[in-house]
Design a protein around this ligand. Structure first.
Ligand SMILES: [Zn+2]
Length: 108
């Protein structure tokens, strides 16, 4: 029995999400209690968005979008051409939306 690949990425994305939130709390002097921290994780975007640094905010949105794609089964497929994004690319960057070909074209 093997672990479905989506479980691996779900765990990785959740960990990334916790890291971003922890960074935000640190930046904003957030000496939060464990209960407050859990509460904020449950409500994230809406409650914290006013205080989020732009970069971390964008990161959270990407992470949440990736988690949503895992839920609806479209995770790992290029949003432009629909091919499967190589697992190595996803492991390096679980929020990647495009295959390398399309990403390269987007950056031009
Ligand atoms: Zn593509």
């Amino acid at each position: 029995m093997t672990t479905p690949i989506s479980d691996t990425f779900t765990a990785q994305l959740r960990e990334m999400r916790s890291d971003v939130l922890a960074q935000l709390h640190a930046q904003h002097g957030g000496a939060m209690s464990r209960a407050e921290y859990d509460q904020s994780q449950a409500n994230t975007e809406r409650e914290l968005s006013f205080a989020l640094e732009e970069r971390e905010s964008a990161e959270l949105i990407e992470i949440d979008a990736a988690l949503k794609r895992i839920a609806d089964g479209s995770f790992g497929l290029c949003v432009d051409c629909g091919v499967s994004i190589p697992a190595a690319r996803l492991h390096a960057s679980p929020t990647a939306l495009r295959c390398i070909n399309c990403q390269t074209q987007t950056e031009h």
